[in-house]
Ligand binder design. Structure first.
Ligand code: COA
Length: 415
């Protein structure tokens, strides 16, 4: 038995944010039925194509554990099928541009009328307010949610991050909203609306930067390297390069081979509790007692010097040697791992976080399996569906159409 077995999801999502949410629900055992426009499907099927004629990795890696039903919801027959789906399903998930569902005739009021137990979950770029009608993609959310302003180096432009915190991050927020609403429905018997705006999701993930915004009123942010460099703070939380976002100073430092290998770096944290071990490892035992270095407060104005000294040591070791030496001493460090290294990492394969999947059009490819592990709900990663692969199956098994009825829908161009 899987955690969400029996939960039926009408998956009206596309691109990345919505599909990451429904894929997670699928990993946990929900029956995710993806509704796609006949002949077209999710736009990502044909974006960033690497194997001509096959669904792209962009699509396949975001749509495992789903069934695909093609349906033209702009035809009368198609609308009737959608109504039946709404009656049958527990959750409808969508991330259309604002207003698209209303134009289709399936706004929240109509959904409630059809099925009061339905949970209707949406990703939008912005919540209610001046920008609620805007279309939004990943990087816009990163910019509007505070991430870009606080990412990068002080003397450079704002930067977006490779982590898809706007899309996949909001998909995660939405998935939590959905299972919470399902839990509440157990008591209330009613469905509800779940809204996860991308701006809000990114801001939630940037919570510590709003913390720093308020701390600025009390003076300079002493753990930021700009403090030690004597650079004045402005009115807003600045970009802090690779400074640690918490109370234990850290930096990315070069390791042996950095001149040729772009990933020969380690993250090194000078956790106060193990300062003595750090001093021993880097060959500065005298810093343990020296009042200029012995306490976290004394070190704050000298972080550049401290990290330059540590780096002189890390540059003599590979990133893995740094790990091997520091871990037994409880010094928190982490190698900068490339995608190539992660793809080849055996332990991630063993835990099912990196999975090799076979696909009829493209052959074997790697994907990220379920990153959340439940001890009583195993995850089998099932390849993404071809466009309309399960149309007949869903129409007959879930909605009760017979062969003649299905043919009629096909003739009408509804499926
Ligand atoms: N049958 C018939 N029509 C369908 C359909 C189906 N099965 N599925 C979708 N459509 C129609 C919609 O009704 C809509 O039509 P309309 O604009 O005429 O009313 C149209 O397809 C396109 O929908 P839209 O969401 O506007 O797509 P887009 O490609 O123009 O915009 C986004 C893409 C992502 C920018 C936009 O959907 C958006 O802002 N979504 C919310 C935020 C979000 O999730 N962004 C991140 C995406 S990773």
């Amino acid at each position: 038995m899987k955690a969400l077995e029996g939960v039926k999801i009408l998956d009206f999502t596309h691109v990345q944010s919505g599909p990451t949410c429904t894929q997670l629900l699928g990993f946990f055992g929900a029956d995710v039925m993806k509704v796609e426009r006949p002949g077209v499907g999710d736009a990502t099927r044909k974006q960033l194509v690497d194997v001509e004629g096959a669904d792209s990795l962009y699509f396949t890696m975001l749509n495992h554990n789903k069934r695909s039903l093609t349906l033209n919801t702009k035809t009368e027959e198609g609308k009737k099928v959608l109504e039946k789906m709404i009656l049958e399903c527990d959750v409808m998930v969508e991330n259309f541009a604002p207003g698209a569902l209303d134009r289709m005739g399936f706004g929240w009021e109509r959904i409630q009328e059809l099925n009061p137990r339905m949970i209707m979950a949406s990703v939008k770029g912005f919540g209610p307010g001046p920008y609620e009608d805007c279309k939004v993609y990943e990087n816009i959310a990163q910019c509007a949610g505070g991430s870009a302003s606080t990412t990068g180096f002080r003397d450079g432009p704002p930067l977006v991050t490779g982590s898809q915190i706007g899309d996949s991050g909001t998909g995660l927020h939405l998935a939590l909203g959905i299972v919470t609403a399902l839990y509440q429905r157990e008591q209330s018997g009613k469905g509800q609306r779940v809204l996860a705006p991308m701006q809000d999701g990114v801001l939630n993930l940037c919570r510590v930067k709003l913390r720093d915004q308020q701390r600025l009123k009390a003076g300079p942010l002493k753990e930021y390297s700009q403090f030690g460099e004597g650079v004045e703070f402005g009115e807003a939380t600045p970009r802090a390069g690779n400074d640690s976002g918490g109370g234990q100073p850290g930096r990315i430092l070069k390791c042996k081979g950095w001149e040729k290998d772009p990933d020969a770096y380690t993250y090194f944290i000078t956790q106060a509790a193990v300062w003595g071990n750090v001093c021993e490892v880097i060959g500065k035992p005298e810093w343990k007692e020296d009042p200029n270095y012995a306490t976290p407060a004394a070190r704050l104005p000298r972080l550049n010097e401290v990290f330059e000294t540590i780096e002189a040591w890390t540059m003599t070791k590979s990133k893995y040697e740094v790990m091997d030496i520091c871990n037994p001493l409880n010094i928190p460090v982490g190698p900068i791992l490339s995608m190539k290294e992660l793809a080849e990492e055996p332990s991630l394969r063993e835990t099912g976080t990196i999975v090799e999947v076979d696909h009829p059009e493209r052959g074997a490819y790697l994907t990220v399996g379920c990153p959340i592990k439940l001890s009583d709900s195993d995850v089998d990663v099932v390849r993404s569906p071809l466009l309309g692969e399960h149309t007949d199956e869903i129409l007959s098994d879930v909605l009760g159409y017979d062969a003649a009825g299905i043919q009629k829908l096909k003739d009408a161009g509804a499926v």
